[in-house]
Design a protein around this ligand. Structure first.
Ligand code: 26V
Length: 820
């Protein structure tokens, strides 16, 4: 009723139905009388795809015609989730599709539910890239995403006997959202040798020759903006054997097997997404992926630039490249190589162009997550690139030495080459040296990188090179798509769906905080979302949960720094407390459902133990007749984007409880608040800015501050540190066998008790428990709770990824929207 879409995919349901029927009968070659949900999904997608392609072609033509500056977002991960629902909403034709599908005998949720998630990412970093694509298209920026077309996305998680088991995610069986471009290919070279030679002017040039070649094939995915014809391109590269490499000689001489093996080896490069492992070190295939993708993308970008016949010094006026973490850092080296070895520019001129083109976003300060590659491996795989890295480092260190002759240690500290055994290339340092701007993803995180890992570089390059761009989320997917009823209610109070394009309009909701019917509808929507999740829990886990209980949710990758162990220890404490109460006393307690979800990296043993403990606790608590509805513990299998869309709107309270200073930003914290849930959290990442925006009375903060973490860790190592007494009782219960074989959890307990409690679980335990008590009390006052939720949502405008993209565009990319 509130839709006022300027740009619409289908005029009416008849038009949509005609297109669906046409695709069923012609593209799918099936009878409409034999059309099941899967076929209806395929045909609906193809119908919408046709509409997307129209806007897409126009957008690309216009970008070419106006020859404006483009932004290229290089990311090894794009966690897109489902595309059909998003296309329907962005094209303003979901209502029409719903009615059309109903006439054909389908419910739209069932059809949308047929789609397999595009899960080409690990977590926050990959989902951020997907939100950015949505915002860049919506704001009409001329932007391209570049990534890898993995045959297998992030693994699927099964829980068997309480343990995580990984299953491959083969997702490409039928994917209507990609367009293979078999004519857009790039040959990528690996290995070989470098020879010095003289060019016609007698100048010494490097020639990289020999080795092997793998071909990159482009697959294009249209990414539509909301309520605009702008549709940008996400180009994903797939690897295949270069035509010369599929050795016909071998083939003909009967060596068929080794010829096929060569082919498979080439295809391996884009075969599988790496799950963030516990330690990010040294896999040759991973660096091959990085170079393959970066080299193909740069070739494409340079090819497009050269068509304009401009001079090279105009390159940074036409091209901005953003590096999503250090994964694409070789792009810096590759562009320098192209400019000096292929295009014949002088080093300094080339380096000026390179550094003006790149921006680098850092997403973590955790030392074990900072990328380093053995020098020997790069030497072997990319011999010319290693020479260039050494030259970049030489010139950089020379300039540093000149400016800081008195600092005897600085060269060792800032060198791109770590003089360890073996020597390593520090990718983050290379990214800093090769970019004109470096940004963190929340204020605290940006401050931390400037005072810790990049401190010396701030001294060398000056403060202006370092900046903050606080992350954001797209309200189209994370409010309108995930929570259509709440979106509609907001639209009815803020003057239509304009807030989806200008999220600060949410502030109009504050006027209605005391409006009785509004509040009632608000509460009904939350309840309905909880009922839906309760049904899902019943159908998948056969556990009954009471939708009137407080739903307490922690869904994110499992990692010690995110502290799911703190959460489950807190749940055990709650269970022990309830068990110790008299039945009368128990009746006064606030019923809770503790909901967990998330994947552990396959090689991260401790994370897998945490999942096991959560499941074992659920197994005991959920059966306990003393407890009933007072406490349920749920682990939802295979958390992913489409499940997030169901879970997040059903939360009353969500947990963002990382050890202060470890979570760069977090983005699910924003999604939960935007959907009318409150959060319990530490003073970490974007929690701090969320608090500033919504008011500290609307958030449950607890725990150590980041500036105190180091001292506490020092005390753990060198001083006395008695364990928190309530936590000790929890450990006793586990070790007494209350939740299965106690030895299974020795390592988890030892990490806290005997090995320095690096993540400060014991230090924060009491304040965590106390804060949960406050939550219980406040939840009992539903009227006040709802007021807090409404006020919070009203103040969340800042966290739109549209604001975030505008900041990148102005502060880093120097690029403007293209009028449509
Ligand atoms: C990677 C690894 C790799 C192995 C060792 C353990 C470890 C720990 C963390 C990471 C994260 C790498 C980068 C990343 O994904 N950062 C996330 O980026 C999000 C978007 O900016 C942000 O919201 C998250 O806070 C941040 O963890």
């Amino acid at each position: 009723a509130w839709t006022k879409h300027e740009f619409s995919g289908f005029q009416n349901k008849e038009e949509f139905e005609r297109e669906v029927v046409r695709h069923v009968e012609t593209t799918l070659a099936r009878s409409i009388y034999n059309c099941d949900e899967s076929a209806a999904y395929s045909a609906s997608s193809l119908a919408f795809r046709d509409r997307l392609v129209q806007g897409w072609n126009k957008t690309q033509q216009r970008q070419t015609f106006t020859d404006s500056k483009r932004i290229y977002y290089l990311s090894l991960e794009f966690l897109m989730g489902r595309a059909l629902d998003n296309a329907m909403l962005n094209l303003g034709a979901k209502e029409v599709a719903k009615e059309g599908l109903a006439e054909l005998g389908f419910r739209i949720e069932d059809i949308v539910g047929q789609e397999h998630d595009a899960a080409l990412g690990n977590g926050g970093l990959g989902r951020l890239a997907a939100c950015f694509l949505d915002s860049m298209a919506t704001l009409n920026y001329p932007a391209w995403g570049y990534g890898l077309r993995y045959r297998y996305g992030i693994f699927k998680q099964e829980i068997i006997d309480g343990y995580q088991v990984e299953v491959p995610d083969y997702w490409l069986d039928f994917n209507p959202w990609e367009f293979p471009r078999h004519d857009v290919t790039v040959d990528i070279q690996f290995y070989g040798q470098v020879r010095k030679s003289q060019d016609e002017n007698g100048k010494t040039v490097a020639i990289w020759e020999g080795g092997e070649t793998v071909t990159a094939v482009a697959y294009d995915v249209p990414t539509p903006g909301y309520d605009t014809p702008s549709t940008n391109n996400l180009r994903l590269w797939s690897s295949k054997a270069a035509s010369g490499e599929f050795d016909f000689q071998k083939f003909n001489s009967g060596d068929y097997e080794s010829s096929v093996a060569d082919q498979q080896r080439a295809e391996t490069i884009s075969a599988v997404l790496y799950p963030n492992d516990n330690l990010d070190r040294g896999k040759e295939l991973r660096i091959k992926q990085q170079y393959f993708w970066v080299a193909a993308s740069l070739y494409d970008i340079v090819r497009r630039f050269k068509k304009s016949k401009r001079s090279w010094n105009e390159f940074p006026d036409q091209v901005a490249i953003q590096l999503n973490d250090t994964h694409p850092t070789l792009a810096i080296v590759e562009l320098q190589r192209i400019l000096i070895d292929v295009e014949g520019l002088e080093w300094d001129e080339a380096w000026n162009i390179v550094t003006s083109t790149f921006g680098y976003t850092n997403h973590t300060v955790l030392p074990e997550a900072l990328e380093k590659w053995p020098v020997g491996l790069i030497q072997h795989l990319l011999p010319r690139h290693l020479q260039i890295i050494y030259d970049i480092n030489l010139f950089f260190l020379q300039s540093v030495e000149k400016r800081f002759p008195e600092d005897r240690d600085i060269l060792r500290r800032v060198s791109i080459i770590e003089e360890s055994q073996p020597k390593m290339v520090r990718m983050a340092y290379l990214a800093v040296v090769g970019s004109h701007k470096v940004n963190g993803v929340a204020e605290l995180h940006s401050d931390l990188i400037q005072t810790t890992i990049f401190k010396d570089f701030v001294t060398i390059f000056g403060e202006d090179k370092f900046t903050n761009v606080t992350n954001g989320i797209t309200p189209r997917r994370w409010l309108h798509q995930a929570n259509p009823r709440l979106s509609e209610l907001i639209a009815s109070k803020t003057g239509g769906y304009e807030f989806l394009k200008d999220l600060t309009l949410l502030n109009k909701l504050e006027l209605f905080v005391d409006d009785k019917t509004f509040r009632k509808e608000w509460a009904e929507i939350k309840f309905a979302n909880k009922v839906r999740l309760a049904k899902y829990i019943k159908s998948t886990l056969n556990v009954n949960v009471n939708p009137a209980a407080l739903f307490d949710v922690q869904v994110k990758r499992i990692h010690e720094y995110k502290r799911q162990q703190l959460n489950i220890f807190g749940v055990i404490h709650r269970y022990l407390t309830l068990k110790a109460m008299s039945p009368e006393e128990r009746k006064k307690q606030q019923p809770r459902v503790s909901i967990f979800g998330g994947k552990a990296a396959p090689g991260y043993w401790m994370a897998k133990q945490i999942i096991h403990l959560i499941n074992n606790v659920g197994g005991v608590v959920n059966q306990d007749p003393d407890i009933g509805d007072l406490l349920k513990v749920i682990f939802l299998e295979d958390y992913n984007v489409s499940k997030a869309e169901m879970i997040i709107p059903a939360s009353d309270l969500s947990e963002h409880i990382s050890t202060a200073g470890t979570e760069a930003s977090g983005t699910s914290n924003m999604k939960f608040v935007l959907n009318g849930g409150l959060i319990i959290g530490t003073c970490d990442g974007a929690n701090i800015e969320i608090t500033r925006e919504i008011g500290q009375e609307n958030i449950f903060l607890f725990g150590t501050l980041s500036e105190d973490v180091e001292d506490l860790r020092h005390m753990h190592t060198y001083g006395e540190h008695p364990i928190d007494p309530n936590l000790a009782k929890v450990f006793d219960a586990i070790q007494g066998g209350m939740f299965g074989e106690p030895n299974d959890f020795n390592a988890m307990i030892s990490a806290v008790r005997d090995h320095g409690d690096y993540y400060l679980v014991s230090d924060d335990f009491q304040s965590y428990i106390d804060t949960h008590k406050m939550v219980d009390t406040e939840y009992q006052n539903q009227e006040e709770w709802i007021s807090k939720c409404i006020r919070s949502v009203a103040r969340m405008g800042f966290f739109s990824s549209d604001r975030c993209i505008n900041e990148y565009a102005e502060g880093i990319w120097n690029i403007e929207p293209l009028a449509v």
